[in-house]
Design a binder for this molecule. Structure first.
Ligand SMILES: NC(=O)c1ccc[n+]([C@@H]2O[C@H](COP(=O)([O-])OP(=O)(O)OC[C@H]3O[C@@H](n4cnc5c(N)ncnc54)[C@H](OP(=O)(O)O)[C@@H]3O)[C@@H](O)[C@H]2O)c1
Length: 251
């Protein structure tokens, strides 16, 4: 049967890391999963793996930093399925690690386009469709680093705390349409994004691990419990659910 049987779910950045875990996890619970990221081949490959395992999925390439890609994706989803029940705004990037006075306007613009403008535009394109179908659920993936911004991660924290603000506004503006909108603030989870920082920044892995009360970096699959809770719970909107292993750094 499955907790999300026949629900149409879009996972942005669904081909790797936390998004991949969510794509596989929703499909295992009976959902029809739309996997979207920049690299069409990766989306298609994961969709084929899910289908081979008895699930339902499709890969549709899109760069969430580009408005025209999001418009095209929305058209394809509506043409194929006629509705979207659950949107997971997960695609995100961190290409600007360093002191604020060393970062560039180009880095700022790219971070803003992918981490903040993309989720806003994607949610705004699908919300009227969800409303017309009687409602839906939107989950915006931020980071605990947005709630306790650490040094050297200014643009990442700023774009993600902006998304938390938009989450609360979306929840207010779309509640009457039956759309619940919440955010999840993860701490450290193993993924390509985190592994890249582990490989390139000396002490990153130890720092991440030691910054949590649980003294470990979580596996990607551990994001499923909080995501499933917010995707299925019927009376929660406008919150940020923190799933961070007890992150204590730089309050
Ligand atoms: N892992 C953590 O510890 C952690 C902690 C807090 C928050 N987060 C947040 O969780 C989300 C997922 O992170 P992750 O660690 O799983 O990252 P990841 O391993 O780097 O995976 C990122 C995913 O997003 C896609 N993507 C990146 N830029 C994109 C773009 N412009 N348009 C479309 N897709 C794009 C990537 O695929 P393509 O390369 O094919 O585009 C990939 O599927 C992010 O929003 C991140 O900020 C992660």
């Amino acid at each position: 049967m499955g907790k999300f049987k026949d629900k149409v779910v879009l996972v942005t950045g669904g081909s790797r890391g936390l998004g991949k875990a969510m794509s596989i996890g929703f499909a295992a619970e009976g959902a029809i999963v739309i996997i979207s990221s920049r690299k069409q081949d990766n989306c298609t490959a994961l969709a084929e793996t899910i289908i081979q395992q008895g699930g339902r999925a499709i890969g549709i390439g899109a760069n969430f930093g580009k408005i025209e890609d999001i418009d095209s994706l929305a058209e394809k989803v509506m043409a194929e399925y006629g509705r979207l029940d659950i949107l997971i705004n997960n695609a995100g990037t961190n290409i600007a690690f360093g002191e604020l006075n060393s970062l560039t306007p180009e880095q700022f613009d790219k971070m803003y386009q992918i981490n903040l403008r993309g989720p806003w535009y994607t949610a705004s394109r699908f919300a009227p469709k969800m409303a017309a179908a009687g409602g839906g659920a939107i989950i915006n993936i931020i980071t605990v680093g947005a709630l306790r911004p650490p040094a050297l991660n200014g643009f990442y924290a700023a774009t993600k705390v902006g998304l938390e603000a938009l989450t609360k506004v979306m929840a207010q503006e779309w509640a009457a349409d039956g759309i619940r909108v919440n955010a999840i603030a993860p701490g450290p989870y193993r993924s390509d994004l985190v592994n890249a920082s582990i490989d390139t920044i000396p002490g990153f892995e130890e720092g991440m691990r030691d910054s949590t009360l649980l003294k470990r970096i979580a596996e990607s699959e551990e994001i499923l419990n909080p995501v499933f809770y917010l995707a299925s719970e019927s009376n929660t909107t406008g919150i940020t659910l923190v799933a961070d292993g007890g992150y204590m750094a730089s309050a």
